[in-house]
Design a protein. Structure first.
Ligand code: PMP
Length: 387
């Protein structure tokens, strides 16, 4: 009885507060135009920033002929293949580090790294708006979790100055914040980490593949050395259009994670064909001009949206949210957009702070300027009606 009541109350509360979430089912592949139920929709909410999700299928099919399907076991038992080895090598080289360690997802990478490195008596310092997986990693570690004001390195500096010096310090931040789209002050964070002999972990889920000339990521974009940014987490499910994640670092750190990161050790390795296909996706990203195309699309969106009076947030990234506030209103706007053929998800608490529901619009290199202009034309009257 106690469980039934608790579960029903939680579900009813979610509905009453307009916070109910459910997946929508696609009838075909991910892309700029998708089929959802009966509707064809122009997609403005995926993390497939370069349009690579639709392109990896051929590489996967080809790799499956050699590698078949499952990896059969975790990396340290017998699931680690040449395909994984090559992917680790290619990712490390692209991000500019000596080594990389694969994880099944970014969520698991963050849990694994933070919980492997820190313990009771240590402190994990995190930006208030860090991704849930980073916060969960700190909870798992039993270290003390302290959060500084969003993107406020002065606040972090002040807090660090008041610590008693016992225990080790890990500073953790998203590079591009997933729900706001703005970028962390990475240079200041690196300087603070050096000053306090803290380790710095940057989650570049939304920067890897996008930032830098050919998507080398946030470290390159900020001209930081690998020593200044010793722990770099990148994901393969966003700009690379696939699935998986890695942590790039030096040799000792890679050995340490292989020994102690439980979410790397105690889980089945990704299918080797997927690892081989991800290598091809990485080559596509290195060869093309997709990052430039994306930057052009972001600039075009910002110009049109600004002219249309839409309240842009200070983001230069592919994540271009429009802050609504009320969850109910955000849902209404999302539904109205869907009626007119656009898919933009309403992001609500607890993913974002209370009263800060938003339309999380994301741009892709695969959008045409016409499609971006259509979204703005549709949004402008809807926004005026609801404000
Ligand atoms: N970090 C950030 C900043 C993210 O936005 C996400 C995905 N939403 C993750 C980590 C988790 O990555 P994955 O989807 O590969 O688990």
């Amino acid at each position: 009885m106690i469980w039934q009541r608790r579960i029903q109350q939680a579900l009813e509360q979610r509905k009453a507060q307009h916070l109910w979430r459910q997946p929508h089912c696609l009838q075909g592949p991910q892309g700029v135009i998708v089929t959802r139920g009966e509707r064809r929709l122009l997609n403005f909410c995926s993390n497939d920033y370069l349009g690579l999700a639709a392109l990896g299928g051929d590489a996967l099919q080809q790799a499956a002929q050699q590698w078949q399907f499952g990896s059969g076991a975790s990396h340290l038992v017998c699931g680690h293949s040449q395909a994984h080895e090559e992917l680790q090598r290619a990712l490390a080289a692209h991000a500019g580090y000596p080594r990389a360690v694969l994880f099944s997802t970014g969520y698991m990478a963050n849990l694994g790294v933070i919980s492997a490195l820190t313990q009771r008596g240590d402190t994990v310092w995190q930006d208030k708006l860090n991704h849930a997986s980073l916060l969960d990693g700190a909870q798992l570690s039993r270290a003390q979790l302290k959060r500084y004001r969003h993107n406020d390195s002065d606040h972090l500096q002040q807090l660090l100055a008041t610590t008693d010096g016992s225990g080790a310090h890990l500073i953790v931040s998203d590079s591009i914040f997933s729900m706001d789209g703005n970028c962390a002050e990475l240079t200041q964070l690196a300087n603070i980490a050096e000053q306090h002999q803290a380790l710095l972990l940057i989650d570049d889920a939304h920067g890897f593949g996008v930032l830098g000339e050919h998507g080398e990521g946030a470290r390159h974009a900020f001209s930081l050395s690998a020593q200044q940014l010793p722990l770099y987490m990148g994901t393969l499910g966003k700009a690379l259009g696939g699935f998986g994640a890695f942590v790039a670092c030096d040799h000792d750190m890679a050995d340490y994670l292989t020994q102690f990161a439980r979410s790397h050790i105690y889980t089945t390795a990704m299918p080797p064909a997927l690892a081989a296909a991800m290598c091809v996706q990485l080559q596509r990203l290195q060869q093309g001009d997709l990052q430039k195309q994306l930057r052009t699309n972001i600039a075009y969106w910002r110009q049109l949206a600004d002219q249309a009076g839409l309240p842009l947030m200070p983001s230069e990234s592919a994540i271009q949210p429009l802050l609504v506030g009320s969850s109910e209103r955000a849902l209404q706007l999302s539904a109205a957009l869907s009626e007119q053929g656009f898919w933009v998800t309403a992001i609500r608490p607890p993913t974002v702070p209370q009263h800060s529901a938003r339309l999380r619009i994301t741009l892709s290199a695969a959008h045409s300027h016409e499609q971006i202009a259509e979204l703005v034309s549709c949004l402008q009257p809807l926004w005026e009606q609801c404000s």
